[in-house]
Design a protein. Structure first.
Length: 209
């Protein structure tokens, strides 16, 4: 039986997507964040697990670029957003991940994203702003589904890679953190599972982690 703690060298894959008020993690607002912990069955097959998503209040002095808001359709001042402060959003995202680390015996969570440098930079910036001291995420390592999609299907755009993998894609739902996290998680699991099916991984090499 393959265990998660051995499959990725002690890392627990957690898919993360953010929606923001711009491209600069130091100055632009984090507006949405979603995370999905990846699970593994006794045969070593991956599947999306628990999903957590939060609307986030812009931090004090945060920049909001009109072009970014037009692209993602977010209205930060909408009365029904039910947004929470960055500190609360981080706590609600990170606590279940830390619990799953203990349950699986993994050492750190590794962010899985589509072009994850962007998502990880905003996550790290928020962690630094609120001095969040118990982040389970590795600060710079990540898994990139744009790379995996290019390898497996010749597609690096999320929508095209998802569809090439035989999965559904609803353009009207795109660019929400929750939907993009869900699709990215399914894409990641599909590629990794397919790699195992075609004999690309020898389970015996994972026995000792």
């Amino acid at each position: 039986m393959i265990e998660m703690k051995n499959r990725f060298r002690g890392f627990l894959p957690v898919v993360v997507d953010v929606e923001t008020g711009g491209f600069n993690a130091a100055t632009d607002a984090l507006l949405e964040i979603a995370a999905c912990v990846i699970e593994m069955d006794e045969d070593g097959r991956l599947a999306p697990g628990e999903m957590i998503s939060r609307h986030v209040e812009p931090f004090e002095g945060a920049n909001l670029e009109p072009a970014a808001l037009e692209f993602n359709g977010i209205r930060p001042d909408h009365p029904l957003r039910l947004a929470v402060a960055e500190s609360e959003a981080l706590r609600e995202i990170c606590q279940p991940v830390r619990l799953r680390l203990r349950e699986t015996g993994c050492k750190r969570a590794i962010l899985v994203g589509h072009n994850p440098f962007f998502d990880l930079s905003f996550l790290n910036a928020a962690i630094a702003r609120v001095a969040y001291k118990r982040s389970p995420f590795h600060p710079f390592s990540s898994f990139d589904t744009a790379t995996l999609g290019g390898l497996a299907y010749g597609q690096t755009v999320l929508a095209r890679a998802v569809q090439a993998a035989g999965l559904d894609w609803d353009q009207s739902e795109a660019h929400s953190a929750r939907y993009d996290t869900e699709r990215t998680a399914q894409l990641f699991c599909t590629v990794v599972n397919r790699w195992g099916e075609i004999g690309g991984l020898d389970p015996s090499t994972l026995a000792n982690g």
